[in-house]
Write a protein that binds this ligand. Structure first.
Ligand code: ADP
Length: 379
């Protein structure tokens, strides 16, 4: 046995942080990235620049890798299957990954294993959306293109059939869902290895602003122990039933009457798990690597009473470095993680983790840092 080579497809911040987690393990890391400027391509030594939609490129990339894993879910499923048929080790495998790539397939799969989800079905046109609304409690209805969405792109909330034409323009199947009247959004994150070992992180609360994750609080405040255990069990069941390998994020809606409904699955490190870098014994990135290498998994338990993660979105400043002076002087306990990405309004360019015993204080420190870096506050 020798130190293996993990290949990651996609050059975003998730690959950048997975690479970082592999350094102390001595794991060799290869990257397939669209451009040399991508977040991970800036820091990984062994980078192949190429198009993940091209099978030949993927074949070439796979040659030097012991296992292939992913920073995003956009690699065409037929390419994953072709590579697997040629003996390439892909984790998570194509059969699992397709259920996170396509929201229609995901819902059908979850129905098949009796996982509670919002009422849903594939709709064909605006008249069909009206019919779907009438079958339930009417409008508003949530429409989602089954593929290609992220950070709220590809999601519409419509109040009438007239408003429902936009999602059909892309020529991608459209999924309709009841609009859940949730009290908050949670995420249950687990990691599973090919051996079938699995670990569950504490269930977190995730706060979205304009469809983009803004803040994550670990553990979710005031979550009854029974609900927390149920959410973790649900995520572990999904990981097992779908044969997921690696990190699985299960995004959940908590309703006022004590139900939890699954919104989305992501089979890779996820924004709701960034807090684990500084707040858990083993980070989601380190555990994702261990899982895809079929190594024993690391301890998922928290290291602090509370950990809060706040995303830094692009704002007024093209370069945020000057803001470090104030942020670091004000709060030596801050953990800043920047992705090396060009600042564009609303784009995720970094995040800040804080931890401590007093939740209100931990939230205030994380928010202040993120807002100051972005430029929405100046003191
Ligand atoms: P993305 O793939 O872009 O993350 P999601 O399916 O997670 O898309 O939806 C983005 C956000 O839209 C969710 O975090 C949630 O706030 C809201 N949303 C999605 N589906 C529903 C639903 N059925 N009911 C209410 N809100 C929803």
């Amino acid at each position: 046995m020798t130190f293996p080579v993990v290949g990651m497809v996609g050059g975003g911040q998730l690959a950048r942080m997975t690479h970082e987690a592999g350094i102390p393990l001595g794991v060799r890391f290869k990257l397939l990235s669209d451009t040399a400027q991508d977040s991970a391509a800036q820091v990984v030594q062994d980078v192949m620049i190429g198009d993940y939609r091209d099978l030949e490129t993927l074949r070439e990339f796979a040659k030097g890798c012991d296992v292939i894993t992913f920073d995003h879910e956009h690699v065409p499923t037929e390419h994953l299957r072709a590579l697997e048929a040629e003996g390439v080790v892909i984790r998570p495998g194509a059969d699992a990954l397709v259920r996170a790539q396509d929201k229609g397939v995901m819902r059908a799969t979850l129905d098949g294993i009796a996982v509670p989800c919002p009422r849903h079905r594939i709709v064909s046109d605006p008249a069909d959306v009206a019919a779907f609304a009438a079958e339930g409690s009417g409008f508003p209805v949530v429409l989602k293109t089954v593929r290609g969405g992220y950070d709220g792109k590809g999601v519409w909330i419509v109040r009438s059939a007239e408003e429902a034409s936009e999602p059909f323009k892309a020529g991608v199947p459209v999924l309709a869902e009841e609009k859940v009247d949730f009290v908050r959004e949670l995420a249950a994150n687990v990691v599973r290895s090919p051996h079938g070992q699995a670990v569950a992180y504490p269930v977190v609360e995730s706060i979205q602003v304009d469809g983009v994750c803004d803040t994550v609080i670990a553990p979710a405040p005031n979550l009854p122990a029974e609900l927390s255990a149920r959410a973790q069990q649900l995520a572990l069941t999904i990981a097992r039933e779908l044969d997921v390998v690696g990190h699985l994020a299960v995004e959940l809606f908590e309703t006022g009457d004590g139900r939890i409904l699954v919104n989305e699955l992501a089979m890779r490190p996820h924004n709701s798990g960034h807090w684990t870098q500084d707040g858990a014994v083993t980070s989601q990135f380190a555990n994702h690597l261990r899982a895809v290498l079929d190594l024993p998994l690391g301890d998922p338990r928290p290291r602090a009473r509370w950990t809060v993660m706040t995303n830094v979105l692009g704002g007024d400043y093209p370069d945020m470095y000057f803001a470090y002076l104030h942020c670091m002087a004000r709060d030596p306990g801050l953990k800043i993680h920047m992705y090396g990405k060009d600042v564009k309004p609303g784009r995720k360019v970094g995040h800040v983790n804080t931890y401590g015993d007093d939740l209100a204080d931990v939230i205030e420190r994380a928010r202040h840092a993120a807002d100051y870096l972005r430029g929405t506050i100046t003191e």
